[in-house]
Design a protein around this ligand. Structure first.
Ligand code: 5GP
Ligand code: ZN
Length: 145
């Protein structure tokens, strides 16, 4: 499994830095975020070192994401929150600080501190079809780049 010796999450995986562990298996680990935006804010990470989601092979992504529903259920049950946001930041512009893929599980309540903007826009005539076509074409090319 790939590892970056300078990576803080790789150090957590290796047990070199402690964490409040929630679940652990061969390819995935979940623990509480040390700087929670809400009580119970958890992180789910792959054990292999991938900086961003697009770098992950499907098997590694599947091994991580398959644990997400049960983690969401457990955090929701224990914190008794009203809802959960699942957030996954890729790249600095998207708010990623730790360059090891991680999925945020964030409990939400009306009085909570965490919120975000959702500035919904709209497409010009024909734009949505052209864009969808370009993305479909890219998907059909598979892994070829
Ligand atoms: P990002 O902004 O990269 O999406 O999120 C990184 C998250 O990792 C932050 O919420 C931050 O609080 C958390 N974090 C950073 N270092 C540590 C650490 O050493 N232990 C734990 N448990 N969380 C960390
Ligand atoms: Zn790492």
């Amino acid at each position: 499994m790939s590892r970056d010796t300078d990576c803080i999450f790789c150090k957590i995986i290796a047990g070199e830095i402690p964490c409040a562990k929630l679940l652990e298996e061969e390819h995935a680990l979940a623990f509480l975020d040390i700087g929670p935006v809400a009580r119970g804010h958890a992180l789910l990470i792959p054990k292999g070192h991938y900086q961003t989601l697009d770098e992950m092979p499907p098997e590694a992504a599947a091994a991580m994401f398959r644990r997400l529903p049960e983690l969401v259920r457990a955090v929701q049950a224990v914190t008794e929150c009203e809802g959960i946001n699942v957030l996954q930041n890729n790249g600095r512009i998207a708010g990623q600080v730790v360059p090891h893929v991680h999925v945020h599980v964030i409990p939400r309540e009306k009085a909570g501190r965490f919120s975000f903007n959702w500035p919904a826009g709209q497409y010009e005539e024909g734009q949505i079809d052209a864009l969808a076509k370009a993305i479909r074409r890219r998907l059909s090319e598979g892994e070829e780049k």
